[in-house]
Ligand binder design. Structure first.
Ligand SMILES: N[C@@H](CCC(=O)N[C@@H](CS)C(=O)NCC(=O)O)C(=O)O
Length: 235
């Protein structure tokens, strides 16, 4: 296994993607944006698994995700994309699945099928039911097609975070993390969404277990070094 120089080295900036040559098999590059919560998930997992990597910024506010060169490696024009083992992988959960299959320690999902299903269900509340409808492009579409102003878009986002978190709070353990003593995929998906929730002033008082898990994970260096502020300062 590769050894992680944490925090990750961020080389170059933007717009030189994809590499003009295929990366060496050892070059692992995460195309990300510091505030992107899907990227944040992958940064956490790369750190937890101690995978040496570089970060390359795709500035979503400047529209770099729509650059033709970037769309050649990510046709959706979204972050993250991971260049690893001579290939590019898109979609944070597909990236994490690949990392778990090829670098299994520590595992992000339990081996036992029933536990695995429960962890996936918890993670998917965030990754498929909260996050996608709170995206920049969704907010922009609400504005351009439905006349929503900035305040309405924030109300929309708070609503979907609050309803998703209400379910997740019920599923959260009384003690420890979703993964028990070690973080798992549910923790990896939750912590970036908690960051987003605070960023958009979402009331979290009804979710004490989620707040406890968030605080505990943020004591772990793999999470600290993946935090948006750490990723931003590496940019
Ligand atoms: N399901 C995708 C979501 C990727 C995604 O939507 N990323 C956001 C940032 S968190 C993005 O690139 N948004 C750009 C846009 O909406 O234009 C994943 O998990 O990787």
């Amino acid at each position: 296994m590769e050894v992680s120089p944490v925090p990750a080295d961020r080389t170059g900036l933007a717009i030189s993607f994809p590499p003009l040559h295929k990366p060496r098999m050892t070059d692992t590059i995460l195309y990300d944006y510091w505030r992107s919560s899907a990227s944040y998930r992958v940064r956490i997992v790369l750190n937890l698994k101690g995978i040496s990597h570089q970060l390359r910024s795709v500035n979503l506010l400047e529209g770099e995700q729509r650059d033709v060169a970037y769309q050649a490696i990510n046709p959706q024009g979204r972050v993250p994309t991971l260049s690893i083992d001579g290939q590019e992988i898109t979609q944070s959960l597909a990236i994490i699945d690949y990392l778990d299959a090829t670098r299994p320690d520590p595992a992000m999902l339990p081996a036992e099928p029933a536990d695995r299903a429960q962890t996936l269900a918890q993670a998917l509340i965030v990754a498929t039911d909260i996050h996608p409808i709170n995206n920049i492009s969704v907010g922009n579409y609400l504005k351009s097609e439905f006349g929503a102003d900035g305040k309405a878009v924030v109300t929309w986002m708070q609503h979907w975070m609050t309803t998703g978190f209400a379910a997740l709070e019920q599923l959260a353990p009384a003690d420890g993390l979703f993964g028990g003593e070690q973080p798992n995929l549910a923790d990896v998906c939750l912590i970036p969404q908690m960051y987003n929730a605070r960023r958009f002033d979402t009331d979290l008082t009804a979710f004490p277990k989620l707040e406890r898990i968030d605080a505990a994970c943020n004591q772990i260096s793999a999470f600290q070094n993946a935090h948006p502020e750490a990723a931003k300062s590496a940019a």
